[in-house]
Design a protein around this ligand. Structure first.
Ligand code: UDP
Ligand code: MN
Length: 314
């Protein structure tokens, strides 16, 4: 009786195993368009001078990328801050993320806010969670924006180690309109700013005063990166946030605040520590109705806001 039972178990186990092998084969045999060696987009650069890919619509196959990354059972931590009146953006941010952001992947959102009670109920999909952390509000918008570096540094140290594979840190006054998926994953990821992708580097709004740690000379710099979105591996983003937090506090001790606060320091960081992947302005656009020739799809945009009404100070 026992022997027959074990034979049955072996047979069932064998069937499950061959099913898995069969499934795995199907995955390997995903049919997709042959990669072309000679054709591709010619209206944009798809690689940086240090050979980092620049991600544009038309240069990747979403189904193929998803099938590669899904095998790794990844968790993507995503942080967002909503302090003071910026809580009004949370609903659209989260709802649009549910529709477009890493669909089918495990995503853990961390929302920092001074008003946890104001966070709306958003129905999260399978394997997607939201953790709310209460933080005290600061008086100046510049301080709120800058303080994110320190908060992120601490979050990675205390919460995320071994709980996530990648992290993205995003502005909340934003909304997703198109796919943002595994094509964006990399060790260190920056987004090219939507207003400065086509101007000479001496016109970039880098910090130009040598007294600041964020200083970049007129003849230096690669791209102008948005402060509203960056990401990468936990280790690399930890190093980024720690460095920017240190440089911000050195500036504060010297009574200087970089022209675009932590965005200026992020740009200095990316000059010295080149991103391994760059996202085109499709991934941080000016608004859903704005058009520009190279932008074939708007994936993620700024939401227009009345600065005087929404910010706690001018
Ligand atoms: N922020 C906030 N409350 C404020 C000011 C800023 O929560 O009163 C956060 C919010 O996450 C916002 C980010 O800081 O997305 C950056 O500030 P803001 O969007 O005003 O800067 P901008 O994108 O206009 O340069
Ligand atoms: Mn913003």
């Amino acid at each position: 009786m026992l022997a027959r039972h074990s034979v049955l178990m072996v047979v069932v186990f064998g069937m499950v195993l061959s099913g898995l092998i069969y499934l795995n084969n199907i995955q390997c045999r995903l049919v997709y368009k042959q990669p072309d060696v000679l054709a591709g987009r010619t209206d944009v650069a798809s690689v940086s001078p240090w050979s980092a890919p620049i991600i544009w619509e038309g240069n990747f196959d979403s189904a193929l990328i998803d099938s590669i990354y899904k095998q790794h059972n990844l968790t993507i931590a995503t942080t967002v801050f909503a302090m003071g009146k910026y809580t009004r953006f949370v609903k659209d941010f989260l709802e649009s993320a549910e529709e477009h952001y890493f669909v089918g992947f495990r995503v853990h959102f961390y929302l920092f806010t001074d008003q946890p009670e104001s966070v709306p109920e958003v129905k999260m999909g399978e394997n997607r969670t939201l953790t709310i952390q209460k933080v005290p509000v600061l008086n100046r918008w510049q301080d709120i924006s800058m303080s994110r570096m320190e908060k992120l540094e601490k979050l990675i140290e205390t919460e995320l180690a071994s709980k996530a594979d990648y992290i993205f840190c995003l502005d909340v006054d934003t909304k997703f309109y198109g796919r943002w998926g595994a094509e964006t994953l990399g060790r260190l990821v920056g987004v090219i700013h939507p207003y400065l992708y086509n101007v000479p580097r001496n016109q970039f709004t880098y910090e130009r005063r040598p007294a600041s740690k964020a200083y970049i000379a007129a003849e230096e710099g690669d791209y102008y990166y948005a402060g509203a979105a960056f990401g990468g591996s936990l280790e690399d983003v930890h190093h980024l946030t720690r460095t920017c937090r240190e440089q911000l506090s050195i500036d504060a001790a010297n009574s200087i605040e970089a022209v675009w606060q932590e965005e200026s320091h992020l740009n200095k960081y990316f000059l010295l520590n080149k991103p391994s992947k760059l996202l085109s302005p499709e991934y941080m656009w000016r608004g859903i109705s704005e058009q520009a020739a190279p932008i074939k799809i708007v994936r993620f945009t700024n939401v227009p806001k009345n600065y005087a009404e929404i910010r706690p100070n001018p």
